[in-house]
Design a protein around this ligand. Structure first.
Ligand code: FES
Length: 107
């Protein structure tokens, strides 16, 4: 079992820690756990951008890689940065590990 820490991107406070299983998305875990700031309006079809998080590149290795469609959606998000990810596309590919994602304020 792996775990994921959700941090507030503005205050650097830990919001919560949750278990994540292989093939789960970070968005699914966040919604189940009630992480504020991850709304996921489109349910993971990559059309809303309301699941935006920041993830360190080395931790992104725990997840499926970002593809060009995700980059296109991220480009439309106002506070997008080089380490931005759509959490609905962050599918865990490792069985164990700890990841940290930073959650921006809700759009
Ligand atoms: S849930 Fe809509 S883009 Fe991720």
């Amino acid at each position: 079992m792996a775990e994921i820490n959700f941090w507030d991107a503005e205050t650097d406070d830990l919001i919560l820690t949750a278990d994540i299983r292989r093939n789960d998305s970070v968005m699914e875990v966040a919604v189940r756990a009630g992480v504020e700031g991850i709304i996921a309006e489109c349910g993971g079809s990559m059309s809303c951008g309301t699941c935006h998080v920041y993830a360190a590149p080395e931790e992104s290795a725990l997840f499926e890689e970002k593809d060009s469609s995700e980059d296109e959606m991220l480009a439309e998000i106002e506070n997008c940065a080089a380490n931005s990810r759509l959490s609905c596309q962050m599918i865990l590919v490792q069985a164990e590990g700890t990841a940290n994602v930073r959650v921006p304020a809700a759009p």
